[in-house]
Design a binder for this molecule. Structure first.
Ligand code: SF4
Length: 97
């Protein structure tokens, strides 16, 4: 019983240490904050190029970045902040006019 508690405490201390070590990286480097959702990209067959004139910039799910050409997000691809405005996936839906 005592050994189980010690092992759990050691694991907890390791996890906290790793989390604390990552904080400065996230705070000082904006690229570290950016993220891709590889599983969703694969499931949706995401590509960085338009398909038959259809691109993320014309999709209802696209969350634009700071400029028209900068990377943005997608309502379908949760947590992904590197969606190209000229990208495409099978979930493309025309943006309402
Ligand atoms: S659903 Fe697909 S096409 Fe539409 S913004 Fe997201 S990744 Fe781009």
């Amino acid at each position: 019983m005592k050994n189980e508690f010690a092992a759990t405490r050691r694991q907890f201390i390791k996890l906290v240490g790793a989390a604390m070590a990552a904080i400065p990286l996230l705070g000082l480097n904006n690229r570290a904050v950016a993220a891709t959702n590889a599983a969703m990209r694969s499931a949706m067959k995401y590509q960085d190029k338009a398909n038959d004139g259809k691109s993320c910039s014309g999709c209802a799910q696209f969350i634009p970045g700071k400029t028209a050409t900068s990377l943005g997000g997608c309502k379908v691809c949760a947590g992904d902040t590197e969606i190209s405005s000229s990208g495409y996936c099978v979930a493309w839906t025309a943006r309402p006019k």
